[in-house]
Ligand binder design. Structure first.
Ligand SMILES: O=C[C@H](O)[C@H](O)COP(=O)(O)O
Ligand SMILES: C=C(OP(=O)(O)O)C(=O)O
Length: 353
């Protein structure tokens, strides 16, 4: 049935003089997953990768977790090109670093803008969500088949139903960490999840999110067939903080690290965390990400064992570009990224240092 809510609740229609919503059915999660399934061997790999990420975050594996990749994926071919380069590097540095590819298909926006491959796969404002869901799941599976663990930001709890089985790590972004809906969603996921501090730099928002997501919840959702459902979750014990800086500046130095440890330990939470070298920690200048990384490595060398992982925004080519101009290959259409040559050098230095 394709009925608008306004048509169904005709007794309420008089309250709404203008129809502000329009609904078009989409394939259910089960339909999409059946058409793009995860092969048993790949499922085993994803389980293994989740366990490795978990072990690093719990301090049982002393490698550094490195989440690196484009700010957003907009071109599946370029994403696979990046993935092949990363998989080859992972073979060289795997004893020191666990490389996880940032494979972000949804973008939160400060106001408005392109909302990611999942929302607008044709990059033209046509918002073909059916194709966006398909192409996003396809590219995530293709990337995972390269042997890579994948990371994404889970923005729409409905979209998570279509993608979560492909992921080894997920983020809740700075703009949604305070949302109860997102905390409920995370409480039902079987993978490690990082909550970013708020855009204002506030750590308590992420601390509260970790506590809420560890708890079982009952919430409104949809089942695999897309049917509205009462969802009960078990609680997710594998959440942690991601420091991304805030409105007042970066928050990765040793003083901020001590304060983050205090906030987490005094709430009985895991003090091991990830630092995002981009966003407000680099003032969105990709050239500064290397400096942030060097500082973190120096802190680890000086015995700061809270730093379990780092995040880099990196693409094949450096910088960013507007969707309004002719597109350059391998360049971000959202935040500016480091280029591949600098990324590879930084990660080789990290592994050898
Ligand atoms: O990582 C990407 C951006 O920082 C985030 O999505 C906000 O983007 P905007 O401020 O350009 O909307
Ligand atoms: C939007 C992002 O980050 P934040 O939530 O920290 O702004 C991101 O990592 O793409």
């Amino acid at each position: 049935m394709n009925a608008s809510l306004a048509a169904v609740r005709n007794d309420l229609e008089t309250c709404t003089e203008i129809q502000t919503r329009h609904a078009r059915p989409l394939p259910s999660p089960a339909t999409l997953i059946e058409s793009l399934p995860i092969a048993p061997g790949l499922g085993e790999q994803i389980r293994r990768h989740r366990a490795q990420v978990r072990a690093i975050l719990n301090g049982d594996d002393d490698r550094l977790l490195v989440i690196t990749g484009p700010c957003s994926l907009h071109d599946p071919q370029a994403a696979l090109d990046y993935g092949r380069r990363l998989a080859a590097l992972a073979d060289q540095v795997g004893d020191r670093l666990l490389l996880v590819m940032r494979a972000y298909v949804e973008k939160p926006r400060t106001t408005v803008g392109w909302k990611g491959l999942l929302h607008d796969p044709h990059l033209d404002g046509s918002d073909d969500l059916a194709e966006g869901l398909r192409v996003s799941r396809r590219v995530l599976i293709d990337l995972a088949e390269l042997g890579l663990p994948l990371a994404t930001e889970l923005l729409s709890p409905l979209a998570a139903n279509y993608l979560e089985d492909t992921l080894s790590w997920a983020a809740v972004g700075a703009r949604t960490t305070e949302s109860q809906t997102h905390r409920e969603m995370i409480s039902g996921l079987g993978m490690p999840v990082g909550f970013k501090n708020g855009t204002d730099g506030e750590l308590a928002t992420a601390r509260d999110a970790m506590q809420a997501a560890a708890h079982p919840h009952t919430h409104l959702g949809v089942d695999a067939n897309g049917q509205a459902a009462l969802i009960r979750t078990a609680g997710n014990p594998d959440t942690h903080l991601v420091l991304r800086g805030g409105r007042t500046g970066p928050n990765f130095d040793d003083e901020h690290m001590r304060s983050a440890r205090w906030v987490l330990e005094s709430a009985g939470l895991n003090p091991r965390l990830i630092v995002d070298c981009s966003h407000a920690n680099s003032g969105k200048d990709p050239a500064r990400q290397r400096g942030v990384l060097n500082d973190l490595i120096a802190q680890r060398r000086d015995g700061e064992n809270a730093i379990a992982g780092v995040m880099l925004e990196s693409n094949i080519n450096a910088g960013n570009q507007s969707l309004q101009a002719e597109l350059q290959y391998g360049v971000s259409v959202t935040d500016a990224c480091m280029g591949w040559a600098d990324t590879r050098q930084a990660l080789q230095d990290l592994a050898n240092g």
